[in-house]
Design a protein around this ligand. Structure first.
Ligand SMILES: C[S@@+](CC[C@H](N)C(=O)[O-])C[C@H]1O[C@@H](n2cnc3c(N)ncnc32)[C@H](O)[C@@H]1O
Length: 474
């Protein structure tokens, strides 16, 4: 996979203009690593979302199959591991990391990631990184990177953690945060939600691992069994519509079932919380209307809409982002779903009119960090308070739209207590809502805690860390 030889780097230092008739540029030296470095650059300089930037980078580099998988693994892995890598690099460089040229720091992180967290032979990890830097920046920076990476390679990951992390007995949160490369405040939020630090290592380790892709077999279009057969995946353990793909599966969009619209990418936990809403018992006569109050980009609207189609129910879907509302429209094409571009806090929809309302609230996304490699380093603790206020307001609005006897599911893809219990407990009390035991709505799912709300976890359930509370309006 690693092709030795030619130098590259014409992107940053284009040299004399080429004649129009010149042939396409030959493949660059070690194209997967170049692509991984381009991804780090896009995330740093353009604030890009890695999962959105990567496909274009792979296409431009014409990487496929194993090369594309290597570039993805190196790019995503380096982004996830940034905290640990920076701690090690800081130890190996005699000036603060802030004083290292940012593109060089990207290269150092990429090299250090390969040394500490992959089976790439150390000489290949160092040499390929040095060559990339030489091509881009010249011999002196290449020499610097070579020296630093050789120091990084003097110890393996476990030995570096033992040297650099706080003592696990004195400071279990600090230790786990460094060992599993999470910001400390997020490790603390996980520990708070778990109720102790006993499980924290397992929780953060699962959050740091490359996630399995989950598909939703669209109800009424294909069964999970058929989808598993068609994709070579396995049926999910809890959702009747879930299929898990092998970790090494290639581009999901290339799967026939996905490009044909029979299946969409959706975490099994997301499926479970949407299904819970459809399973909760209502009281009194139904109106035949459901509402998805925060619908973009439309994953749960597809599941709700597919089930609604079977039950003869109509769904309204609200989304405040214009582009995201458009994504919902495309996703629910052909389903009995009407999409509204509006603020869910004052959507132009009738009060007390819906049997079931989903509030899949905007949140920090701390429960889905494993699927968004760069997100843990972007989020800030200050983000939480503003989101919690919005979440409360959306929950109150949802409650206004539900009919007496109807149910509201409040969902976040964050386990942060300020976004979960902190929102639900006070709001439900103020509204006079009945809080149902959500565990009853997830039959067969083990380890759901004391209830009545539910917190799913990657290390316990293999899902994102989704939170679910179900309220009924008396
Ligand atoms: C967690 S996402 C929802 C995910 C979606 N249910 C799905 O399964 O694909 C939250 C969504 O709420 C939207 N949002 C944020 N503020 C909102 C508001 N005031 N009213 C309605 N939607 C809002 C965000 O743009 C985002 O698309």
């Amino acid at each position: 996979m690693t092709r030795p030889g030619r130098r590259s780097g014409t992107r940053r230092n284009p040299g004399p203009p080429r004649r129009r008739s010149s042939p396409p540029r030959p493949p660059e030296v070690d194209a997967p690593r170049r692509a991984a470095l381009d991804l780090l650059d896009a995330v740093r300089t353009r604030d890009a979302y890695a999962n959105l930037a990567l496909p274009a980078i792979l296409r431009r580099a014409r990487l496929k199959d194993r090369d594309a998988a290597l570039a993805t693994e190196l790019g995503y892995g380096t982004l996830r591991a940034r905290g640990l890598l920076d701690a090690v690099l800081e130890h190996c460089i005699d000036r603060p990391l802030a004083k290292v040229e940012p593109p060089l720091l990207d290269a150092l992180r990429l090299g250090a990631y390969q040394l500490l967290r992959t089976r790439v032979p150390p000489h290949a990890a160092v040499d390929t990184t040095v060559e990339l830097v030489r091509a881009d920046a010249g011999s002196r920076p290449a020499g610097f990177v070579n020296a630093v990476l050789r120091r990084v390679g003097e110890h393996d990951e476990a030995a570096w953690v033992a040297r650099l992390a706080p003592d696990a007995a004195q400071d279990p949160v600090g230790h786990a945060a460094l060992a599993h490369s999470h910001p400390r405040w997020i490790a603390q939020a996980f520990a708070d939600a778990l109720g102790s630090t006993a499980d924290l290592d397992a929780a953060l380790a699962a959050d740091d691992a490359r996630p399995v892709v989950h598909l939703l077999a669209r109800p009424g279009d294909i069964t999970a069994e058929e989808l598993a057969l068609a994709t070579g995946g396995t049926e999910g353990p809890y959702s009747p519509y879930a299929v898990h793909l092998d970790a090494g599966s290639g581009a999901v969009g290339d799967l026939g079932a996905v490009s044909d619209g029979l299946a969409v990418v959706q975490d099994e936990g997301s499926q479970l919380v949407a299904l819970a809403l459809t399973r909760a018992a209502t009281a009194g006569p139904d109106t035949g209307r459901w509402l998805d109050l925060c619908a973009g980009p439309g994953g749960k609207a597809v599941l709700l809409g597919s089930l609604a189609a079977m039950d003869g129910v109509d769904v309204d879907a609200v989304e405040s982002g214009e582009q995201r509302a458009e994504l919902v429209r495309r996703a629910v094409d052909g389903l009995p779903v009407t999409v509204h571009h509006a603020d869910g806090r004052n959507a132009p929809l009738p009060d007390a009119a819906f049997d079931r309302v989903l509030v899949d609230a905007p949140c920090t996304g701390l429960g889905a960090l494993r699927r968004r490699p760069e997100a843990r380093w972007r989020r800030r603790p200050e983000d939480v308070a503003g989101l919690a206020k919005l979440q409360r307001e959306l929950l109150v609005a949802a409650y206004r739209h539900v009919r007496p006897g109807g149910v509201v599911a409040y969902v976040t893809c964050s386990p942060h207590l300020s976004e979960t219990i902190g929102v639900v407990t006070g709001t439900a009390r103020k509204l006079g809502a009945e809080v149902l035991d959500a565990r009853d709505l997830l039959p067969g799912v083990p380890d759901l805690g004391p209830g009545p709300t539910v917190q799913l976890w990657p290390h316990r359930h293999g899902t994102d860390a989704m939170f679910l509370a179900v309220l009924r309006r008396p």
